[in-house]
Design a protein around this ligand. Structure first.
Ligand code: DOR
Ligand code: ZN
Length: 371
C-alpha cells in the first residue's frame, strides 16, 4: 500500500494506531490482550507465562486444568499461582474463568463475577477437547446457571463443537451452531456469548450477523494454516488443535473477519502448550503453542492482507469492548526488519520441550512491548 493511503486509513480508523515512519516499517498499537489462553500449572505455567506476559496486558485464562477450575475458590487460588509465577517487572492481569459443569453453583458464579474474581464462564461440551470430561453432557442441566448469568451479565465462553460420534470432525462447529448455540441464544437472548476460536465460514457469519451480545475470538494459527498443514506430506501433530483447522475457504473467511475491523471479532490465541512427547504420539494431544510469536505472525498476516491499520482493533480494542473493560494505555511497537528475526523453535520447561507454532514463513516483524 502507498504510504499516503495507509496514513489516510489510519486517520479514518480514529484509533491509537500510528505509523511512526513514513516507510511503514514501524507500527505502534495499544498493548494487546489475549482473550483465550491456556497457561496450565506448575512447571508448564512457569515456562509459558513469561511469553504471554511479555506481550499481553491481560488474558482470559482457560480453566481446563486437571482437576478443572470449577468454583471461585479454586479460581482465586489459581490466580495466585499465576501471579507468583509472573516475572518481576511484567505487568499482566490474569482474567479468570470457571469451568461449567452440570453441578455449577449459580450463586458462586454471580458472586465471583460481581466481586471480580472471575470474568467469564467456559462451556466445554463433554469430550470435545483436552480435559473436557467434566464438561456439559446435557445442556438443559445448565440452563438455570445460564439464566442467572444472563441476568448478571456474565459472559459465556463457548467451545463450539458437538461431540456426537455421527458428526464428522470437520462439521462439528457448524452443527454446534445449529443444534446448541442458536437454541441457547434464543432461550437466553440477554446472555453475552463468545464463540471461541471460530474456524469456519459458518462461525464467522454467526458472529458477524448474529444478535447483539455475541463476539468471536480467532486464533493466530487458524489465520495461517488450513487442514493441509496437518495432513499433506506426512502427519504434522504440532498443527493439530481443536477445533481442527478446516479447508482454505474457511481460513480466508477468518482472515476477512479478523482484518475487517468489525468489533465483534478479537484475538484469542488459544495458545495451548503440551510437552513434545504428548504431541508426537500415536494419539497426540490437541493444542498449538503460539503465545511467543503470535504478535509477529499477526503483523505478517495483517500486512499480507493490506490491513495493518486494523491490527490494533483486532488485538487491542475489540476484546475490551466486548468484555466492557478499558483499553490498555501502554503501547507496543512492531517493527518490520529487512531480514527475518530469530524466534525459537522450542521452549524448555523443567519437564521437557514444547514446540512453538511454525507459521511456515519467515517472520520479519520484531515486537517491542515496552514501546
Ligand atoms: O487445541 C486445543 N487445545 N483446543 C482446546 O480446546 C483445548 C486446548 C488444550 O487445552 O490443550
Ligand atoms: Zn482453548
Amino acid at each position: 500500500m502507498q504510504a499516503a493511503t495507509q496514513m489516510k486509513r489510519l486517520a479514518l480508523a480514529g484509533t491509537a494506531a500510528q505509523m511512526t515512519d513514513i516507510s511503514m516499517q514501524d507500527l505502534i498499537i495499544r498493548r494487546p490482550d489475549d482473550w483465550h489462553l491456556h497457561l496450565r500449572d506448575g512447571d508448564m505455567l512457569e515456562a509459558v507465562l513469561p511469553h504471554s506476559s511479555a506481550h499481553f496486558s491481560r488474558a482470559i485464562i482457560m480453566p481446563n486444568l486437571v482437576p478443572p477450575v470449577t468454583d471461585c475458590a479454586s479460581a482465586s487460588a489459581y490466580r495466585a499461582r499465576i501471579e507468583r509465577a509472573l516475572p518481576k517487572g511484567h505487568d499482566f492481569t490474569p482474567l479468570m474463568t470457571l469451568y461449567l459443569t452440570e453441578t455449577t453453583d449459580a450463586d458462586d458464579v454471580v458472586a465471583g463475577f460481581e466481586s471480580g474474581v472471575i470474568r467469564a464462564v467456559k462451556l466445554y461440551p463433554a469430550g470435545a477437547t483436552t480435559n473436557s470430561q467434566s464438561g456439559v453432557r446435557d445442556m438443559e442441566k445448565v440452563y438455570p446457571v445460564l439464566e442467572r448469568m444472563a441476568q448478571a451479565g456474565v459472559p459465556l465462553c463457548v467451545h463450539g463443537e458437538v461431540t456426537d460420534p455421527d458428526v464428522d470432525i470437520f462439521d462439528r462447529e457448524a452443527v454446534f451452531i445449529e443444534r446448541v448455540l442458536e437454541p441457547i441464544r434464543r432461550r437466553f437472548p440477554a446472555l453475552r456469548i463468545v464463540m471461541e476460536h471460530i474456524t469456519t465460514q459458518e462461525g464467522v457469519a454467526y458472529v458477524r450477523d448474529g444478535a447483539e451480545g455475541i463476539g468471536g475470538t480467532i486464533t493466530t494459527h487458524h489465520l495461517i494454516i488450513n487442514r493441509n498443514a496437518i495432513l499433506v506430506g506426512g502427519i504434522r501433530p504440532h498443527y493439530y488443535c481443536l477445533p481442527i483447522a478446516k479447508r482454505e475457504s474457511h481460513r480466508l473467511a477468518l482472515r476477512e473477519a479478523a482484518t475487517s475491523g468489525n468489533a465483534r471479532f478479537f484475538l484469542g490465541t488459544d495458545s495451548a502448550p503440551h510437552l513434545d512427547p504428548a504431541k508426537e504420539s500415536a494419539c497426540g494431544c490437541a493444542g498449538v503453542f503460539s503465545s511467543i510469536n503470535t504478535m509477529a505472525c499477526l503483523a505478517h498476516v495483517f500486512e499480507q492482507e493490506d490491513a495493518l491499520d486494523m491490527l490494533e482493533a483486532f488485538a487491542s480494542l475489540n476484546g475490551p469492548g466486548f468484555y466492557r473493560l478499558p483499553v490498555n494505555e501502554a503501547t507496543m511497537r512492531l517493527t518490520r526488519r529487512e531480514t527475518p528475526v530469530n524466534l525459537p523453535d522450542k521452549i524448555e520447561t523443567k519437564s521437557g520441550a514444547v514446540t512453538v507454532f511454525d507459521p511456515m514463513f519467515p517472520i520479519y516483524w520484531d515486537v517491542d512491548a515496552k514501546a
